[in-house]
Design a protein around this ligand. Structure first.
Ligand code: ADP
Ligand code: ZN
Length: 738
């Protein structure tokens, strides 16, 4: 008999006459396993338990009652222990089930995202702090010891690491002082010092009328059950200040708030504004946090002590016990889609989480996704619109630079009109941003002798030259190698030539044009980690930089008062490849970058270098015609039956043996559903036909909206067997078509 699909039951129901419980384990398993509940143990759904699995002990979550008709009594094993930590809330468990069902991922794989920090389930390790001793013993006081004693005098007890960092000594100096009796050891609170709570009554900025009205609407939704509201407003309208009103309302109700942001490294300015508005820091959640901090954060959330959490998409699976509001900032951002492991869209799952918890969700963007706009149009979502920039700042003017008529000199990429504008901006003492969404020095290196192109040995991709690190890199698999002197194909010496620009090469051009300008390069290669990003952004805000060169990490959200010129070096870049959302994504990205210009009293100017000045995306950007663009885009998708007007699922078949992959992909294609409502496209080689040494084929299932795709997929996949070593990944609502 097949196992039941795991499904979590309600809260606090006492389990069960048979004393069998089903326990879901954070492993890529589709089902929960049954265990016996020992006579002296009371368990309720959500409890974290340790159970035997094979020869080892594993921690899992009680998911519901066991199945009396399941494995026979004699083979049933006992739950070993119930862990001493708050149970996983019902909404989180239901979210795990929901995501598993929707994405066709094993429930255990989804659970693993909700248990990302296993140490949090154990009692906190004791933390030792240091204080000055009552009496100073007679010891030799070196310079290093002196710094420690000065640092500790007067302040609260601190851990050795923190104290050592403050005094710029090694921890052994601190422990040495304690051993000598000059410092006293004391116990620190295990879960970190009590943190100040954000205060909703702390005065915020005075909102203008439009902001006030939108803020009141959002705040009003806070105790009204489930709802989704799009907060749509031009760049610089003050959307953050407006949704802070809803945050305040939730805090007044003693509810927790989750704010999802696309890129946590870029939240420096956001955090400052939050602290100014609420007089305290929010809790920050992301994967780069040190384990100890993540552990404490997880505990504080589970215990309801963390009131506001700002995090990347994985924060959705944190064990909020009193969540009352979810905000998805920059809701259109493609980094909300997780493309590996469990493939899910955090914006969509945030809406699911809101529905499960019967709480409101607010989606925020200046360039909302067509999905969200369509939901507003159909009345499923509400919307609030901010039509003007705060403080009377004008929207920037957008010019198209026709590259066919304004060709830059050979081996240069800035057209004369943009160079002139840069010069004018420098002379006016203002800042410029040059945007090129291409890391490295050159996207392609070829041999001028034989035309050979340097390719990744593991992927269907060219190697990108990174001149600072002196390497050729594959941006798909991380392969890196030195730059060859000779062509690996024809052996010619000194014939390898860089083709096309990356930001590093653009930096060369800018330096040559404006040697006296202070220029800085902002990419994920030059700015590593949240601290570095914050320092960089502060330097720009303080006008320590004249010309900023950057990839998409400069495009998002920042507010730089002196930035008046934005130049987009290759506006056509995102239109190539032509997938379903190429136009939409290009519009969003370029609109976002453009929105960095002229945010205060100095008017902004945007120049888009393009070879296709008649393309609808370019025209819409130049004319500021967002809604017209969205309507045209919607019409095209509606006519073709594409999302959001139809449904789409991608299957990616991959493996090391090309023949096996083809066999499996063809078998899937033949077994696929085919009716007037549903069609299978492919199989076809993926654009990334080889990735990390695996051959890849893609199939697309396209259907009308009323089709239950999950059911169709389960039936389809169950009809086909594929050889070992071939993997079939299911991507429901695909965003990447590589
Ligand atoms: P958006 O997210 O809509 O692009 P922001 O929320 O970043 O805009 O706001 C732009 C700038 O204007 C920020 O520096 C913000 O602090 C400021 N701002 C917005 N509204 C107000 C207000 N009512 N009073 C004072 N400053 C405001
Ligand atoms: Zn590669």
């Amino acid at each position: 008999m097949p196992k039941r699909h795991a499904s979590s039951t309600g809260p606090n129901e006492k389990l069960n006459p048979t004393r069998r419980v089903s326990v879901l384990l954070p492993l890529p398993l589709g089902t929960a396993y049954d265990y016996r509940q020992p006579a002296d143990m009371e368990l309720t759904p959500g409890d974290f338990v340790s159970v035997p699995l094979g020869r080892r002990q594993t921690v899992g979550v009680v998911w519901g009652e066991g199945d009396p008709a399941g494995i026979e009594e004699s083979r049933l094993k006992d739950v070993a222990a119930r862990l001493d930590c708050p149970p996983m809330p019902e909404e989180t468990r239901r979210l795990v089930d929901w995501v598993s069902r929707y994405t066709l991922s094993p429930a255990g794989a989804v659970l693993r995202m909700a248990m990302s920090i296993p140490e949090a389930l154990e009692p906190a390790p004791p933390r030792v702090g240091y204080m000055p001793a009552e009496e100073m013993p007679d010891i030799r006081v070196t310079a290093a010891r002196k710094r420690v004693l000065e640092a500790i005098a007067g302040g609260p007890a601190r851990g050795a690491t923190e104290l050592a960092r403050e005094a710029a000594v090694s921890t052994s100096v601190v422990t040495g002082l304690a051993d000598a009796g000059a410092l006293m050891r004391v116990a620190l609170p295990a879960d970190g010092d009590p943190v100040a709570e954000p205060d909703p009554e702390n005065p915020g900025p005075k909102l203008n009328d439009e902001q006030k009205e939108a803020g009141a609407e959002l705040a009003g939704a806070v105790d009204g059950g489930f709802s989704v509201t799009l907060l749509d407003g031009v760049t610089g309208a003050g959307k953050t200040e407006v949704y802070f009103e809803a945050v305040a309302a939730a805090l007044r109700d003693r509810k927790q708030v989750l704010v999802l942001v696309p890129e946590i490294a870029l939240t420096g300015q956001w955090l400052t504004r939050f602290a100014r508005r609420f007089g305290a820091e929010p809790e920050l959640w992301h994967s780069d946090l040190a384990r100890g901090r993540r552990r404490r954060c997880w505990r504080r959330i589970a215990e309801g002590r963390a009131r506001v959490v700002v995090g990347a998409r994985s924060a959705l699976f944190l064990p909020f016990s009193e969540l009352g509001l979810i905000i998805v900032d920059e809701e259109h951002d493609s980094s909300y889609k997780q493309e590996e492991g469990v493939i899910y869209h955090a914006r969509d799952m945030a809406v699911v989480r809101a529905r499960l918890g019967e709480i409101p969700a607010i989606l925020v963007s200046a360039t909302p996704s067509l999905e969200t706009v369509t939901n507003v149009d159909s009345g499923r979502y509400r919307s609030q619109h901010l039509s003007a920039r705060h403080g009377g700042a004008e929207m920037p003017s957008v010019e198209l630079v026709d590259m066919r008529r304004n060709a830059p000199p050979r081996q240069r990429w800035l057209a004369p009109p943009l160079v002139t504008a840069l010069k004018e901006t420098l002379e006016a003492g203002e800042q410029s941003l040059l945007f090129l969404n291409r890391r490295g020095y050159a996207p392609l290196t070829l041999c001028r002798g034989c035309g050979h192109r340097l390719q990744c040995p593991n992927c269907t991709a060219w190697l990108v030259e990174h001149r600072f690190s002196g390497k050729l890199q594959c941006h798909h698999c991380g392969y890196a190698t030195g730059l060859p002197k000779e062509c690996p194909e024809c052996g010619a010496e000194d014939k390898m030539a860089a083709c096309g620009p990356g930001v590093e090469r653009l930096a060369e051009e800018v330096t040559a044009l404006f040697p006296e300008a202070r220029m800085s390069l902002m990419t994920s290669d030059t700015v590593r980690g949240p601290e570095a990003a914050a320092a960089f952004i502060e330097a720009i805000a303080n006008h320590e930089i004249d010309i900023i060169l950057g990839t998409q990490i400069v495009a998002k959200g920042h507010h730089f008062p002196m930035l008046t010129l934005v130049g987009v070096v290759d506006a056509d870049l995102g239109l190539m490849g032509g997938d379903l959302r190429a136009s939409e994504r290009t519009f969003q990205l370029l609109h976002q970058v453009s929105g960095r210009a002229g945010r205060e009293d100095r008017p902004g100017r945007v120049m888009l270098q393009t070879y296709h000045p008649d393309h609808p995306v370019m025209l819409a950007l130049a004319e500021g015609a967002r809604d017209r663009f969205l309507e045209a885009e919607a019409e095209m998708r509606r006519d073709g039956g594409w999302p959001p007007f139809g449904r789409l699922v991608a299957l990616i078949v991959s493996g090391r043996d090309e023949g096996d992959v083809d066999t499996a992909a063809n078998a899937l294609g033949r077994a696929g559903p085919n009716s007037k409502d549903m069609r299978v496209l492919g199989p076809a080689p993926a654009p990334l036909a080889i990735l990390r040494g695996r051959h890849r084929r893609r199939l697309l299932l396209k259907a009308t909206r009323d089709i239950d795709m999950q059911k169709v997929l389960r039936q389809w996949l169950s009809r086909v067997r594929w050889p070992n070593g071939v993997r079939v990944q299911v991507d429901v609502d695909p965003y990447s078509f590589l």
